[in-house]
Design a protein around this ligand. Structure first.
Ligand code: ASP
Length: 428
């Protein structure tokens, strides 16, 4: 009997991604509309399996973040060290976001996405406007008044704060709270095991999510906005392939090619789901098993990044600002651009990494420099595909910063990072 060659999870996720895209496009253009196509496949199988998988991933997020963060801060123990890591991570997150918008504004000024735009050929949609929260309230919102509610609502920053405090106290109490400490570390093992189990379904989930999305996208809508889309995608590529990789190489000396190769499935997953939050478990698991980045660091920095570090989103916002200014003939000064950089950076703090949120906070960015909010309606129709792409960059930024912070804290196992087979056994 011939032995069947087993394909790894990574390859399977990519096969799912491409087959899903091909199936979706086929369904959109070739398969005639009707009960079978729409009810049985698009809104039946694709919807149920795709969203079922997404819900399973989301199910993991809060318990996994909470337990792994308690264990992480318990292992670290010392608040000074924790503070140092926190400050370093925040600093890196802010720098990468500011760099991202700068790249976006520069790219957009070369491509000129809004020049010569035929507005009548674009379908405008209704715009949701973000409510502005003051900086003081954003900061206050980090403290949960009811930690159980924070867990129930998945308020990531509040969950992070509470878990950190619990972990630090457990470290201080050591033996007298041994039972609680071992409970969390055993519960964390359970959650990691659950992550591995759910991940096995990823190829099917990704196939269905992508097939459903692509079957609903009208590619004709892309044409008038082609330059805008190209601007966002080029800037995303520059950020991901150059800025991040130069930072990684510069700060750690680790190979960017190996990093990208190992992290690609996580990016594929983020692309299919367009949510950074749901990607947290897979990101922590990949960094740990394939790259040797300690969970002690990633369990803190990855959920934090999913909430406050959205470089891809900032890029879309930077290009959108230039696009709207050009389309409506508004001249922006250097100080306007500075305001955009500041507002877009702050707007991402405290907003959860879920689909489409970047478009909502964009209204805050537009308002800060007096651009018409109606311009958002122009780009809404094609935003999903950009949302998918920017989410992949958002989570890559978190992972790169995490690797740098962990490396400087001697929490990266170089042999694991360099071993092409690391973590693959667990996949099969
Ligand atoms: N979907 C993005 C994320 O989850 C946020 C956005 O840009 O809309 O990271």
């Amino acid at each position: 009997m011939r032995e069947r060659k087993k394909i790894g999870l990574t390859t399977a996720i990519f096969i799912g991604l491409f087959l899903g895209a091909a199936t979706g496009i086929l369904f959109h253009y070739v398969v005639p509309a009707g009960k079978i196509r729409d009810d049985v496949f698009i809104n039946g199988v694709f919807y149920v399996v795709g969203n079922g998988f997404l819900r399973l991933m989301q199910m993991l997020v809060v318990p996994l973040v909470f337990s792994s963060l308690v264990c992480g801060s318990m292992a670290m123990g010392d608040t000074k060290k924790l503070g140092k890591i926190g400050v370093k991570t925040l600093g890196l997150y802010l720098v990468t976001t500011a760099l991202a918008i700068t790249v976006a504004i520069l790219t957009a000024n070369v491509i000129n996405p809004g020049v010569g735009l035929n507005m009548t050929s674009i379908q405008a949609a209704e715009v949701t406007i973000a409510e502005k929260t003051s900086l003081a309230d954003t900061l206050l919102n980090i403290i949960p008044t009811n930690p159980i509610k924070a867990l129930a609502d998945g308020e990531m920053l509040q969950v992070i704060l509470f878990a950190l405090i619990v972990g630090v106290i457990l470290a201080g109490l050591s033996e007298s709270a041994e039972t609680v400490g071992s409970f969390f570390s055993q519960f964390n093992d359970v959650m990691m095991q659950m992550t591995v189990m759910v991940m096995k379904l990823a190829p099917y989930g990704v196939f269905c999510l992508i097939a459903k999305t692509f079957s609903g996208i009208g590619f004709n809508a892309f044409l008038p906005l082609f330059k805008y889309m190209a601007g966002v995608i080029i800037a995303l590529a520059i950020q991901c392939c150059f800025i991040y990789m130069i930072m990684l190489k510069g700060f750690t000396g680790l190979s960017p090619v190996k990093f990208l190769k190992k992290f690609l499935p996580v990016m594929g997953f983020a692309f299919s789901t367009a949510t950074s939050n749901a990607t947290i478990p897979m990101s922590i698991d990949t960094l740990d098993k394939k790259m040797g980045v300690s969970k002690r660091i990633s369990s803190f920095t990855i959920p934090l990044g999913a909430t406050i570090n959205m470089d891809g989103t900032a890029i879309m916002q930077g290009v959108a600002v230039v696009f709207a200014a050009q389309a409506f003939g508004i001249h922006l000064t250097l100080s306007d651009y500075m305001t955009v950089i500041l507002t877009a950076t702050l707007a991402s703090v405290g907003t959860a990494g879920v689909p489409g949120v970047g478009l909502i906070t964009l209204s805050m960015v537009f308002a800060s420099v007096g651009l018409p909010v109606e311009a958002i309606a122009l780009i809404m129709g094609i935003d999903r595909i950009l949302d998918m792409s920017r989410t992949a960059v958002n989570i890559t930024g978190d992972a790169v910063c995490t690797t740098i912070v962990a490396y400087q804290d001697k929490a990266v196992k170089r042999e694991t990072f360099n071993d092409p087979a690391a973590g693959l056994n667990a996949e099969n």
